[in-house]
Design a protein around this ligand. Structure first.
Ligand SMILES: O=C(CO)[C@H](O)[C@H](O)COP(=O)(O)O
Length: 271
């Protein structure tokens, strides 16, 4: 049976021997980087991929590890016949580079499995996504899949989504976007809500999504209450296309942390 490396305890593996002289004289290995943790979570998720599946391919620095891993397995002949549906133009490029055959939701309206990262995950597997700006395509594709595996390093775990002071992204159409920003700002007066159009570059031009839209970042000083109610209120504003709360969509959560990788299934949640 494999033995866990000294810096990492993995479930189902015996701990490393502790009595050797090496253990007392060697310097401890450096801690795993955040990127190594992301890769561990992604590789664990790819174990869910089977030949012939239609796959939703996520966007971001965690999802790219899954894309590369799937590409490697295809090249090695360990996976065959998979088709990927990319959730962004960036993912499309990465998947093409990895050699994954691509399709879209019109040709493949039901997706077997999607793998994607997240910005925040609460204990009920509700997510904030879209700080990378791809929330609309992600929500369309991940909403069409049977199994949605979320992969994160442990820094993404929160008690309440939207309660970290970091952005909850909302995709809006460019037409009179400042009007929409104001409407969003007024929406949660008791929660200290701040709404800002996302801007990029030296000239601070609006960030443009793959769909030609803009992103408004919402920041909350205090809890904004029921998530489904907040979702409905945001979506009722004309000019809003979609928001980055993914409620009840994730079926599996894979978290990589300093103590190893853990897997949580939605079906195991109480209530
Ligand atoms: O929702 C997303 C992009 O729209 C990403 O999944 C999310 O931002 C997490 O990204 P990363 O894995 O780079 O931390």
């Amino acid at each position: 049976m494999a033995v866990a490396p000294p810096h990492l305890f993995l479930p189902n593996m015996p701990p490393p021997p502790t009595t050797s002289a090496v253990a007392t004289t060697s310097p401890p290995p450096p801690p795993l980087t955040q990127d190594e943790l992301k890769r561990m979570a992604a590789h664990r998720a790819v174990e869910y991929v089977k030949s012939g599946m239609v796959l939703g391919l996520g966007t971001g620095s965690t999802a790219v590890h899954a894309i590369r891993r799937i590409g490697d397995l295809l090249r090695e002949g360990k996976l065959t016949g998979v088709v990927g549906i990319p959730t962004s133009k960036m993912t499309e490029e990465q998947a093409t580079e990895a050699g994954i055959p691509l399709s879209d939701l019109e040709s493949h309206p039901s997706v077997d499995l999607a793998i994607d990262g997240a910005d925040e995950v609460d204990p009920q597997l509700n997510l904030v996504k879209g700080r990378g700006g791809s929330l609309l395509r992600e929500k369309m594709i991940e909403g069409a899949c049977e199994t949605f595996v979320v992969i994160v390093d442990e820094s993404k775990l929160v008690d309440h989504i939207g309660g970290t002071g970091l952005a909850l992204p909302v995709e809006v159409i460019p037409f009179c976007c400042n009007f929409t920003v104001e409407r969003l700002r007024e929406l949660f007066p008791d929660s200290g809500c701040r709404a800002e159009l996302r801007r990029v570059g030296e000239k601070q031009v609006p960030f443009v999504t793959d769909n030609g839209n803009y992103i408004v970042n919402l920041y909350f000083e205090r809890d904004f209450g029921d998530l489904n109610e907040a979702s409905d209120r945001i979506l009722r504003i004309p000019g809003v296309v979609e928001h980055g709360m993914f409620l009840g969509m994730a079926t599996t959560l894979i978290v990589a942390g300093k103590l190893g990788v853990t897997v949580k299934e939605k079906s195991e949640l109480a209530g």
